[in-house]
Write a protein of this length. Structure first.
Length: 87
C-alpha cells in the first residue's frame, strides 16, 4: 500500500508544500481558505509537474524544496484559472 511506504515526515512535507503552493496561488489569482489552498496546492503539484515536464521546462532552482513549491504553485494557478473558466 502507498501509505505504508511513505514516512510521516514525507506526508507532512507534501501537505506543507501543497498548502504553501495553494496559498501563493490564491495571492496570484484570488480565493483562499485553508482547505481550498491545500487541495488546490496538492492538485496543482500534479498538474504543474505534468505541464512543466510536457513542455520540457527545467526550473533553475538548486534547492529541491523551492523547485517543488514553484512547480506546485504554477500548477495551482493553472488549476484555479481552468476551474474558473469552466464554471
Amino acid at each position: 500500500m502507498l501509505l505504508d511506504s511513505l514516512h510521516t515526515t514525507n506526508i507532512v512535507a507534501v501537505l506543507l508544500i501543497g498548502l504553501v503552493a495553494g496559498w501563493l496561488a490564491s495571492l496570484v489569482v484570488g480565493g483562499g481558505g485553508l482547505w481550498r489552498d491545500l487541495v488546490t496546492g496538492l492538485v496543482g503539484a500534479v498538474v504543474g509537474a505534468f505541464v512543466l515536464r510536457a513542455l520540457g521546462v527545467v526550473l533553475p532552482f538548486h534547492d529541491p524544496l523551492v523547485a517543488d513549491i514553484v512547480t506546485a504553485t504554477i500548477g495551482a494557478v493553472i488549476v484555479v484559472v481552468v476551474a474558473r473558466a469552466v464554471a
